[in-house]
Design a binder for this molecule. Structure first.
Ligand SMILES: C[S@@+](CC[C@H](N)C(=O)[O-])C[C@H]1O[C@@H](n2cnc3c(N)ncnc32)[C@H](O)[C@@H]1O
Length: 331
């Protein structure tokens, strides 16, 4: 396999220490807040990645089906719009890459000259994906970067002078709240060069019943996915969460347009985390906020493009108009 670049550490031991320390510090900070929270970026260890893949295959989780529909329908037009000269196709948090493969195969059919550069903090995902893509797509050039989105993008800025096309699919942008989204897009604009492009997936507002089903499926996979983070804290930070004493709860906030996921403590309890040398108290029914998934109006998306300095090239919708992949250019 092509060698993976680790942008936060030069050797494996240091990398492990950095990620472990970051995990420990963020868990402690999150559980010490008056409103407890855990960052959704830690969902994706090996088991979490596997559970997320199962969620994306569940019929209630419409998002993947919609984006597959968009990419299959519009892949030629997308290839024509982005394939002007040699470029890096950079993907932030690619996950399993089923959707990406549609674009990669199609770009090769268009004789595009590009390197595929996935950036992810999860080695589990990144290694599997890079090997799979190299094995399945003959002639592709893959240069994976292991690290945080912006560490990866900054590394690329100083090591490549090719045009960049950044993919941020699957509504991952919806995990940020509005302020964080504005910061993210401004930061993205700063790190990119003139004429670079981005393709962003936004989930659109829709019937709330459809949303509630997507984030609390009837097989309980989303529940397991959320509880898995407590199991990960037990295993990696020496904690004693009794997972049976927490319950998954998903709700829609009509003001912010966000699906919100929580784990509620079923009883009053104390949890010790050895690595943090701390105990954390939970009241009965006290929530831990786990994840936002913001749903957008098209007008809000266009406003975000405008205020962050990008020009909208084109919106691509699925047949149900549930989801949009929007192509923007830095001008
Ligand atoms: C929801 S999953 C995959 C989503 C995928 N884009 C899709 O369309 O299905 C999110 C991925 O982003 C990665 N990730 C989350 N936060 C990250 C960060 N700050 N920097 C780098 N990778 C991150 C996770 O490790 C995971 O692989």
């Amino acid at each position: 396999m092509t060698e993976m670049i680790h942008v936060e550490a030069q050797d494996k031991q240091a990398e492990k220490i950095n990620l472990h320390d970051e995990f420990k510090a963020e868990v402690h900070a999150g559980l010490s807040k008056p409103r407890k929270q855990l960052s959704s970026k830690f969902f994706y260890d090996e088991i979490g990645s596997d559970l997320f893949n199962r969620i994306t295959r569940h019929p209630d989780y419409y998002l993947t089906q919609c984006e597959l529909d968009i990419l299959n329908t519009h892949k030629n037009e997308i290839a024509e719009l982005i394939n002007s000269r040699a470029f890096n196709l950079v993907e932030l948090g690619p996950g399993e890459g089923i959707k990406t493969k549609i674009l990669l195969n199609n770009l090769l059919n268009h004789q595009a000259n590009f390197t595929y550069t996935p950036i992810d903090i999860s080695t589990a995902y990144l290694q599997e994906l890079s090997t799979k893509i190299e094995n399945e797509i003959k002639g592709i050039s893959v240069a994976p970067i292991h690290g945080d989105y912006f560490h990866g993008l900054n590394w690329l800025k100083t090591h490549s002078n090719k045009k960049n096309v950044v993919l941020f699919l699957g509504s991952s942008i919806g995990n940020f709240d509005l302020i964080a989204t504005q910061h993210f897009l401004k930061h993205l604009w700063q790190v990119l060069n003139k004429q670079d492009e981005v393709i962003l997936g936004f989930d659109l507002r829709k019937d709330i019943k459809i949303l509630l089903r997507a984030y609390d499926d009837d097989q309980g996979i989303t529940k397991q996915f959320n509880l898995n983070l407590l199991r990960r804290i037990n295993d990696e930070l020496g904690a004693n969460f009794n997972i049976k004493q927490f319950q998954h709860y998903a709700t829609y906030n009509v003001y912010t347009g966000a699906m919100e996921s929580y784990l509620l403590s079923k009883i009053k309890q104390k949890v010790d985390i050895a690595a943090c040398q701390q105990s954390y108290l939970f009241d009965a029914l006290e929530p831990i906020h786990m994840e936002y998934s913001h749903k957008y109006l098209l007008s809000q998306i266009e406003e975000l493009a405008k205020e962050s300095g990008f020009a909208i090239v084109k919106h691509f919708f699925d047949k149900k108009q549930f989801f949009v992949d929007t192509l923007w250019r830095k001008e």
